[in-house]
Design a protein around this ligand. Structure first.
Ligand code: NZQ
Ligand code: ZN
Length: 396
């Protein structure tokens, strides 16, 4: 096991921590671009409280609102222009993963003279990967992506029907202000999708990684068990701040880098396939994951049975006849799918009105954006185009 790890994001966690936003932002700048989504933070009163905290700390606010779910590059261009015009020196992201991801891209786009879409990974070594960005303070209002404590940003381009990412050190938020009270207004469906997203972030590593990851596995199992215990409570009662807090911390831990360190490059195949389907249909990210992940698991379990048996035993308490008991592995996947259904996540494309007519295109597009140099999607086992088609077909 060899790895290099650094996550420089300072975490300020706890109910009420929004009140500290101004004081925290003022350490980094005096002219803040405040980025928000489609209006939820205005409805909940979070926006006004954030603005007041910033004003009290002497921070001037310039607004970039209207970032859409599956954030579009057009919003990044708009945000960067506003930041430049107003000489903003710090970015504040107040919203879900979409708002935080757009904010990250804006923070780098401010320093880039060309079109910010150049900075996105397109399947070839990219000379425009950003190396410089304005300081970003992330204030998540939805527990899901873990974007607040990682350096990834996923951006969509409606003109090219692409959804891809940038992931580089300068995009780590300086501070994540994680106030679980801000997530109390998240509706039941988005809460459930968040639970599905965070679980998928760890299964992508757990089920694709090298075998020698005992600690990483147990961190992942802790994340999954915590999400499965507190997720349904947060869905049942949105004002259960204890449950909201547990889910929010689980979402952050899931993608903060701890499970990936030393895991040998996991590939995230379910995400890569989902991003393509999202690019075509603009579906909610984790609704796509809930559909693709069980189908992918049934495909991968045949060749990586041991790890799936471990998943079945440790997460669902099943008892295998031995480490190669495929029946037990598949029973664990059935139980996982049943959990997703129990929190009302879709598990088949037909539930979203997506048919199989473009499946071959999704597979080709996924491999165009990311492949291992031999034409396969990095995963365990590596996936050929035919494998991706088969998984998508099984999910119809
Ligand atoms: O836009 P507003 O009005 O704020 O409403 C949002 C949106 O409709 C709403 N919402 C957010 N906070 C709320 C709230 N509603 C009520 N009360 C609140 N407190 O929820 C809806 C979904 O928001 P969005 O930000 O799109 O959700 P999420 O956090 O799940 O982010 C999804 C995006 O993140 C990307 C996804 O691909 C997708 O584009 N991802 C980013 C990752 C990363 N940066 O690390 C990793 C993930 O795997 C993922 O790919
Ligand atoms: Zn995700």
């Amino acid at each position: 096991m060899q790895f290099e790890f650094e996550n420089p994001t300072r975490i300020v966690f706890g109910a009420g921590s929004l009140a500290r936003l101004g004081e925290i932002v003022a350490r980094y700048g005096k002219r803040a671009l405040l980025v928000t989504g489609g209006g939820s933070v205005k409805k909940s009163g979070t926006f006004d409280r954030a603005v007041k905290s910033l004003a009290d700390a002497g921070v001037e606010v310039f607004e970039c609102s209207g970032v859409e779910p599956n954030p579009k590059i057009s919003s990044v261009r708009r945000g960067a222009a506003t930041a430049r015009e107003n000489a903003c020196d710090v970015i504040v992201a107040l919203g879900g993963g979409s708002t935080m991801d757009a904010s990250k891209a804006i923070s780098a786009a401010v320093f880039y003279d060309g079109d910010p879409w150049d900075m996105i990974y397109h399947g070839q070594p990219n000379p425009h990967v950003p190396t410089k960005a304005l300081p970003l303070i992330a204030v998540p209002t939805l527990a899901a992506t873990g974007s607040e404590t990682n350096c990834g940003a996923v951006i969509s381009n409606a003109e090219t029907t692409e959804k891809s990412f940038m992931s580089t050190d300068c995009l780590y938020p300086k501070v994540a202000v994680m106030d679980p009270e801000l997530t109390a207004s998240v509706p039941k469906d988005q809460t459930a999708y968040g639970v599905c997203d965070l679980i998928t972030h760890v299964t992508e590593v757990y089920l694709n990684a090298a075998d020698t990851t005992p600690l990483q596995d147990r961190i992942s199992e802790g994340v999954i068990l915590t999400a499965m215990e507190y997720g349904p409570k947060a869905i049942a009662n949105g004002n259960d701040i204890e449950a909201r807090a547990q889910v929010q911390w689980a979402a952050s831990v899931a993608l903060i880098g701890w499970t990936q360190a030393g895991a040998g490059g996991a590939g995230f195949p379910v995400h890569m396939i989902e991003h393509t389907v999202s690019a075509f249909h603009d579906i909610t990210h984790a609704a796509g994951l809930a559909i693709i992940n069980p189908a992918w698991m049934r495909f991968a379990a045949k060749s990586n049975t041991k790890k799936f048996v471990q998943f079945a035993e440790r997460i669902f308490g099943l008892t295998a006849k031995g480490p190669d008991d495929l029946g037990c592995a598949l029973a664990g996947i059935d139980r996982f799918e049943a959990f997703l259904k129990s929190i009302d996540c879709p598990t088949r494309f037909s539930e979203l009105g997506i048919d199989g007519s473009q499946i071959e295109t999704y597979a080709k597009e996924t491999l165009r954006i990311i492949n291992d140099g031999k034409g396969n999607l990095p995963a365990r086992p590596p996936m050929t185009e035919a494998d991706i088609v088969a998984v998508l077909r099984a999910a119809l």
